[in-house]
Design a protein around this ligand. Structure first.
Ligand SMILES: *Cc1c(COP(=O)(O)O)cnc(C)c1O
Length: 358
């Protein structure tokens, strides 16, 4: 399929100055859009000037949340090249999410081509300062106007782009997290292991309560026993016990993060043993009290590595690594961003360099 391109007017295509961008509030001049219906399948791919869209008030997505998304970034390298980081994994995950929500899957190569074409067209909107990037948000949702609870017969697939500032403007600050036993994010058989919009709506209440109590993020426990650690906010979580890196195993209610997978694969390079297994909140607290737990951090595309300095659990606050960023978190952050910004060689072939000839 050919992607039709309709350019935005010249005056809208000028990149602004990129100081202090609020995450997800500034959009580039173009977006990609494609439609699905049962007769034609996915059709009419096009890049058009960024604009509002019109949908039926009874669109399935508005009532029953049949919607999925992805999140990845384009990085402006120290060598002036533009890189995507493991975009194949995002596309594969988009299709796994689609499958779970009865959304028709997309041709993976075509989705990647759409991302590359759109990013290349708006490449002047990629901030050049290290740490900043162009956030890429592909999403798919059911648009059929019908109040019956069933999979939509019509869909839109859209990609929008946002220039984003460095996550750590004033250094690498550890976050404070709040363990909730009242709310859960996911449970066996649910949708916690895919990027479905409804997961995030269901997490807002807990997040607001954590904020009110003065904490940055929620630490989620498993939905059945509320005993095992699952994720932190919208990130995967890692613990460093002595020289061992531990992250909860993917038991079905945890989102398989691409940053998580990258950290697991980097462990041996950093001389660490890595293990995926169930880990209870009791084991974490005991590890802190006995001095065995050296570090804790979250992983995700937005922050890359987010060190955790404090945990609030059952009316008590526990300090990890004196509330400071740990050595391992720092080394992982430097290595991953080194790959993303083309500062170090990429032995894993994780980066995709964009070129004019798409
Ligand atoms: C997106 C996301 C992550 C992180 O995934 P990455 O691929 O590393 O960006 C972790 N947990 C949740 C719930 C997520 O939505």
């Amino acid at each position: 399929m050919e992607i039709e391109i309709r350019l935005a007017p010249e005056e809208k295509r000028m990149a602004p100055n990129f100081e202090k961008l609020l995450f997800g509030r500034v959009f580039t001049p173009h977006m990609f859009i494609m439609e699905y219906n049962c007769d034609q399948g996915w059709h009419s791919p096009r890049i058009v000037p960024f604009s509002n869209i019109e949908i039926h008030p009874a669109a399935i997505v508005l009532h029953y949340a049949q919607t999925i998304f992805e999140g990845l970034k384009a990085y402006y390298g120290v060598d002036g090249k533009i890189r995507l980081f493991r975009p194949w994994e995002n596309v594969a995950r988009l299709n796994r999410s689609a499958e779970r929500l009865c959304i028709p899957t997309l041709n993976s190569e075509f989705v990647l081509k759409a991302i590359k074409t759109l990013v290349w067209l708006d490449k002047d909107w990629i901030p050049k300062q290290k740490g900043s990037a162009l956030y890429i948000r592909p999403f798919v949702f059911g648009t059929e106007g019908s109040l019956g609870v069933k999979p939509s017969h019509e869909y839109l697939f859209i990609i929008i782009l946002c220039p984003v500032s460095a996550y750590y403007e004033e250094g690498f600050n550890p976050i404070k997290i709040y363990v909730t036993e009242r709310y859960v994010r996911a449970f066996p058989g649910g949708t916690g292991d895919v990027k479905a919009g409804g997961n995030y709506a269901a997490s807002l209440k807990a997040q607001e309560e954590a904020k009110k109590a003065g904490y940055t993020q929620i630490l989620w426990l498993d939905g059945l026993e509320r005993k095992y650690v699952e994720e932190v906010g919208t990130m995967n979580i890692f613990f460093v016990f002595e020289d061992e890196l531990i992250t909860p195993a993917l038991t079905g209610s945890i989102l398989p993060g691409i940053t998580r997978d990258s950290v697991l694969k980097l462990a041996s390079i950093l001389g660490l043993k890595a293990e995926e297994r169930r880990i209870s909140i009791d084991e974490v607290i005991e590890g802190i009290e006995k001095g065995k737990l050296k570090e804790c951090f979250g992983t995700g595309t937005a922050a890359v590595i987010s060190p955790v300095g404090k945990i609030f659990y059952r009316e008590r606050e526990y300090l990890i690594n004196q509330g400071q960023t740990g050595e391992i978190a720092k080394r992982l952050f430097d290595y991953l961003t080194g790959l993303q910004y083309g500062e170090i060689e990429d032995p894993f072939k994780w980066t995709l360099i964009l070129e004019e000839s798409l």
